[in-house]
Design a protein around this ligand. Sequence first.
Ligand SMILES: [Zn+2]
Length: 94
Amino acid sequence: MSECPICNATLSKERREIEKGVFAEVEVCPKCSDEWIDETEYKRLYDIFRRRAFKVGGSIAIRIPKEIANAVKIHEGDELKFSVVKKKIIIEPT
Ligand SMILES: [Zn+2]
């Protein structure tokens, strides 16, 4: 277990919901309440929320990470509805 760089107290690991249904392991300082995240966990979260679009036939596709699919209860074969609002794509189960 690591120490808080500000007050040197021993950090405790906690699970935080950073988006609905998506959890991250953070280290919390019991003194100053500052929260820290290690590089591996940061990379894991970055990879969940960033995806590259790719071509499938004449369409553009993206993969939905399983953490996000689980959070919104989307399963293989489900019919999804999408809409475009202010240049953002909203995908939802029907
Ligand atoms: Zn601290």
